[in-house]
Design a protein around this ligand. Sequence first.
Ligand SMILES: O=c1ccn([C@@H]2O[C@H](COP(=O)(O)OP(=O)(O)O)[C@@H](O)[C@H]2O)c(=O)[nH]1
Ligand SMILES: [Ca+2]
Length: 443
Amino acid sequence: MTAHPCLTSSSGSGRMASSRLPILLALVFSSFSFVHSHSNRVMWFQDLFPPNVCPINAKANTFYGIMFDAGSTGTRIHIYTFVQKSPESLPELEGEIFESVKPGLSAYADQPEKGAETVKKLLDMAIDAVPPHLWKKTPVVLKATAGLRLLSEEKAQALLLEVKEVFEESPFLVPEDSVSIMDGSYEGILAWITVNFLTGQLSGQNQHTVGTLDLGGASTQITFLPRFEETLKESPGDFLTSFEMFNSTYKLYTHSYLGFGLKAARLATLGALNMEAVDGQMFRSSCLPKQLEAEWHFGGVKYRYGGNKEGETGFKPCYLEVLKVVKGKLHQPDEIRGSSFYAFSYYYDRAVDTNLIDYEQGGVLEVRDFERKAKEVCDNMERYNSASPFLCMDLTYITALLKEGFGFRDNTLLQLTKKVNNIETSWTLGATFHLLQSLGITY
Ligand SMILES: O=c1ccn([C@@H]2O[C@H](COP(=O)(O)OP(=O)(O)O)[C@@H](O)[C@H]2O)c(=O)[nH]1
Ligand SMILES: [Ca+2]
């Protein structure tokens, strides 16, 4: 049964989050554009929903945007719902349906069709969630991050091609460039837009934007709006990107460090990153339980790893090992030392795993809280034997990344956040704004 186009509601088997964020969304949409792309003042939604679509009751004009996050450790679908209550008013972000699968696409490097099947399963959720009469107007896009960046061009392209076919066979709107590997700097910027949009910092006069820290499996991003001229002068040129919003230009500091995600860092600490033909070779670390010997699959490669059977284990030797991975490898902008940042993904997960924060609530931590926990776990590994054997290494890496990598102080505040107003703090929302706007331009 097809519902009346103007009386639609969202449904689906995924988790539906609801959040009404009307005016903010409208403001962002009306003036959002990357400086390097066309600057166009046409509002994208004007042509998407011409007034004659719903002559009787324009109130219930619901529309959707589907954004896939093909991360290195998992693939996720975000189905965003927007409502335009009247032809005169601007759309509201009403909610999000979110679902995820593991492992990520890069684990199917040698079976691209199987990888694409995981995307198809998630896309089937959108078929349930979006009313049939809106399928053709609902864009679907997948952006891959570090996992695919680390694969060979050939393998990555084969995966993307298979996914594109799944999209083409679906009833949704498949824009040009709908399946791609996202540039790392966009990942940071789009996450910054999401967080600052959701926290209301992109509207009004007194904007106090917040910086964002994302720690993925294979890469990590830092993004903030510099306040000091020095930062602009002293940062490498490719760390600064401009875009327009609210008729002002924001010049953001952003960088994505490939190979510095939590799982890539595990391999780097073990000395196994970028190693060819590692089958059979054993990689040992003082960050792992002494007696441990195990196998681990990442990015389609099998690694054998274990503890320092005879040698040292614990926080001190582990910190020295991890330090080699980060020391001198990252740019340290002076002005971030004292400021606070929003942090999510693996920062959040490891803080939850060690009871530093509550899974639902999140919380505020200082950098030194991660160090305290790292010491506690690494110096008592036998007590944590039910947790992941990498817990000590992960916490030590997070500590070293924050302190020695980015140069944060012990008392720098981190706002650990998974959701704001029930919407995931993911780059995918920022990417959906950008997508919808660009569709408006071409309609
Ligand atoms: O919607 C999402 C996407 C990712 N993550 C977290 O991000 C980390 C994994 O990063 P990802 O697989 O995206 O790796 P990347 O490709 O970004 O390096 C894990 O902690 C996930 O739980 C999350 O919490 N929600
Ligand atoms: Ca990610």
